[in-house]
Design a protein around this ligand. Structure first.
Ligand code: ATP
Length: 231
């Protein structure tokens, strides 16, 4: 397997071990993800998936290890510019009174052109900007949560269980949206239920008790196909 380190997200020996915990939550994580690819990490509840995304978005700091983006070593302050994190059930965190307010939270200077561009990216541009986020459908709320991150123009989109709690047809639409987004962004998705996302996955890992491994295994009786040997 050969990757060009100049063009990728590269995690080296990341360890997260809060002092109160008897064992590390993340145990020497190594991961390489090229740009404009979708990486999928599959693991059960409590395996460390959200913790890894929190580190990558600069919310918490690993005790050791390094994070590189295009050969540049990054520290927490730089990570929140690199990455946009969409939490699990992001609609629970909306605090704007309208779509426009939600998109402009923390960025009141954003011009309408950029707002419209990002809304068209997630196919919400047909809605009035005054629509309250809580009046949107479940699928539209997920799209708005993505738009909130995209408008900050991160390089890397981090998605925690993006299809959780959505109906089948909405999950399908969201997966098509993610497939479109990876033409411009690098995506890292974590989930305990990979069924929806596998079809658009370029690289896949499993995580169990904080240990990350490249996938090439049987999940729900089906061989998971990864592109670890592509590129
Ligand atoms: N600061 C902390 N101190 C102690 N334990 C922690 C801390 N942060 C996370 N944990 C524990 O680490 C484990 C991994 O948590 P994490 O939320 O990353 O798992 P997850 O795979 O995302 O699970 P889920 O899918 O249920 O969200 C859990 O057992 C959690 O309780």
């Amino acid at each position: 397997m050969h990757f060009n380190l100049k063009k990728m997200l590269y995690l080296r020996d990341l360890i997260y071990h809060p002092t109160a915990c008897p064992t590390p939550i993340l145990k020497s994580i190594n991961l390489e993800l090229p740009p404009q690819k979708l990486g999928l990490i599959i693991g059960p509840s409590g395996s460390g998936k959200s913790t890894l995304l929190e580190i990558l978005s600069g919310l918490i700091q690993p005790v050791s290890g390094e994070i590189f983006w295009r050969e540049q070593k990054l520290v927490s302050g730089q990570l929140n510019q690199l990455a946009g994190l969409v939490f699990q059930f992001p609609e629970r965190h909306f605090c704007g009174a309208s779509i426009l307010e939600e998109l402009r939270l923390g960025h009141p200077e954003l011009d309408i052109e950029r707002v419209n561009k990002v809304l068209s990216e997630v196919r919400l541009d047909h809605l009035p900007l005054s629509t309250p986020p809580h009046h949107l459908s479940g699928g539209q709320q997920r799209c708005l949560a993505l738009a909130v991150q995209l408008i900050r123009q991160p390089y890397l989109l981090l998605l925690d269980e993006p299809t959780a709690g959505l109906d089948w047809s909405i999950r399908k639409q969201l997966v098509s949206l993610l497939a479109r987004l990876k033409k411009d962004w690098t995506l890292l998705v974590v989930t305990h239920n990979p069924e929806d996302i596998l079809a658009i996955t370029d690289q896949c890992w499993t995580i169990k008790e904080g240990e990350l491994k490249p996938a090439g295994f049987t999940y729900h009786g089906e061989q998971v196909k990864t592109s670890l040997n592509k590129n």
